[in-house]
Design a protein. Structure first.
Length: 498
């Protein structure tokens, strides 16, 4: 029984009575309730029952049931072009490895296979030195070998002998592979191989079946008793043991964590965030930074020395969060974290610069210039800051042009002004000024125009009637009105935070 969620009706199918004669009618019923049904590829064109139909009573009883289908129908509906469009043949060609299809003879005239030739150039790194994992370094890495428990990100190509095209490749998927080293979540050969590598290293490995898919393989993709060649490149890794242990600890164990241990945990989170940031995965980076901030904010400090160390780490995290928020185009949140950073270091040029940049994004140009000039004074050689000041000047010019055009359309200049003693009758139908209709229209346009966050009205240019009407309508539209006093009184209209 199948329920049609759209019509709340129930379509009943008697499966015990299905035959070649009535199956098409039942498929038509099912077609009616499938929103994603493709009428150009009818189910009945792909499957054709022959014989006496299906005996579902026998099927339910566990007895053998035979049915036939027309294979020609299936083949007719197979669209090879759709499959071919998804294959990047240029990339496959670039990943071909000619070493895997070349054999040679030794000095005694004995022919050697490609893997035999490669093994002769490799060293045995298998745990029991039984040649289960062989290695040849192509490009050396830097630093120390990757510690067990690290979060590792790699690219790899996997090949069979006598086949120069990879049967598995992260490059073809356009996505690196991430795993925790030594956790047993990947094939044994990959754990052994990567544990021998350093950051940015590129090496070749031959895994015997016991260290890949076993003697039975994973058919049809990986045949039985088949060794494979992996070409692996380490992109990055983060030593995250401290954080992983904290995540699996009990509440009682977590309460005993001291500042030294917490700093290690938060450093893991910061490094994980940095790794995500480098890959432009800003949302995940922000999660890691926020988690570290939360943990440190709830850590008890016992001495002034601990407080100094705490402040240093918090400053880094606040700056990281401010940068991530900038990348995510969230200027208000950027300012929030810049303020926290400046609480730790009032002369931090990065925090002041990002504060100023965020103000520019919010079109608070005067304050933006003050912060940017202050940042440039602290870091006079910074091209980033000088470029931002240039961008500010360009934005101001652009905004003035937009503002000028907006005012021209919004208000029609009037030579007549109403004196202070005139009696004004607002919003009455008989005294309704067409200019007021225009004000309503233009306020709506301003509210919906993302390019305009603020605009200023010179109060001396308009009558009291128009100004009062403007204020009333702006308040009705949930806009904020501020009066700025100076040589010329300015009425500033702002959009409220959503």
């Amino acid at each position: 029984m199948v329920e049609d969620k759209n019509s709340n009706s129930v379509l009943s199918t008697d499966f015990d009575a299905l035959t070649p004669d009535n199956v098409e009618k039942e498929l038509e019923k099912l077609k009616l309730i499938d929103d994603n049904y493709d009428s150009d590829e009818d189910e009945r064109d792909r499957v054709k029952l022959t014989g006496k139909g299906l005996d579902f009573r026998a099927l339910k009883a566990g007895e053998d049931v035979e049915f036939e289908y027309d294979p020609d129908k299936v083949e007719d509906n197979f669209n090879l072009e759709d499959e071919m469009d998804q294959i990047d043949y240029k990339k496959i060609y670039s990943l071909k490895n000619p070493e895997l299809i070349m054999d040679e003879e030794d000095e005694n005239g004995i022919s050697k296979t490609p893997f035999e030739i490669l093994r002769s150039k490799m060293e045995d790194i298998s745990p029991f030195k039984n040649k289960m994992v062989m290695k040849r370094m192509l490009i050396p890495g830097s630093g120390l070998p990757i510690p067990l428990g690290s979060r590792v990100r790699v690219h790899y190509n996997a090949y069979f002998e006598m086949n120069d095209e990879p049967f598995d490749s992260t490059h073809l998927r356009n996505k690196s592979f991430e795993f925790k080293l030594g956790a047993g979540n990947v094939v044994a050969g990959l754990d052994v191989a990567v544990a021998s590598m350093k950051k940015h290293e590129k090496s070749q490995f031959i895994f015997e079946p016991d260290y890949y898919c076993g003697k039975f393989g994973c058919e049809p993709r990986v045949p039985k008793n088949t060794p494979v060649l992996f070409e692996i490149e380490v992109i990055s890794f983060v030593e995250a043991n401290a954080y992983d242990q904290y995540e699996t600890a009990s509440d009682e164990q977590r309460e005993k964590v001291n500042l030294e241990q917490m700093l290690k945990i938060c450093n893991c989170l910061r490094e994980l965030g940095n790794d995500n940031y480098k890959r432009m995965n800003y949302k995940e980076a922000a999660k890691k930074y926020r988690k570290a901030i939360y943990l440190l904010e709830n850590t008890n400090l016992k001495t002034e020395e601990e407080e100094k160390r705490w402040q240093g780490v918090m400053l880094k995290l606040y700056l990281n969060m401010s940068q991530v928020c900038l990348k995510r185009a969230k200027p208000k949140k950027t300012i929030y974290y810049c303020k926290l950073a400046l609480d730790q270091d009032a002369q931090n040029a990065k925090a002041i610069y990002r504060y100023g940049k965020s103000l520019r994004m919010l079109q608070d140009f005067d304050r933006s210039r003050k912060f940017l000039l202050r940042a440039y004074k602290l870091a006079p050689g910074s091209k980033e800051i000088s470029d931002e000041i240039t961008q500010l000047d360009q934005d101001i010019a652009k905004y003035k042009n937009l503002e000028k055009d907006f005012y021209k359309k919004m208000f029609k200049q009037s030579d007549q002004k109403t004196s202070d003693n005139d009696e004004i009758s607002l919003d009455t139908e008989e005294n309704f000024d067409p200019t007021k209709e225009n004000i309503i229209k233009k306020l709506n346009e301003f509210k919906s125009n993302e390019n305009l966050k603020v605009f200023k009205v010179q109060m001396h240019m308009f009558s009291l009637d128009i100004l009062n009407f403007l204020i009333r309508k702006a308040e009705d539209m949930n806009l904020t009105i501020r009066e700025i006093k100076g040589e010329t009184k300015i009425l500033q209209i702002l959009k409220n935070e959503s």
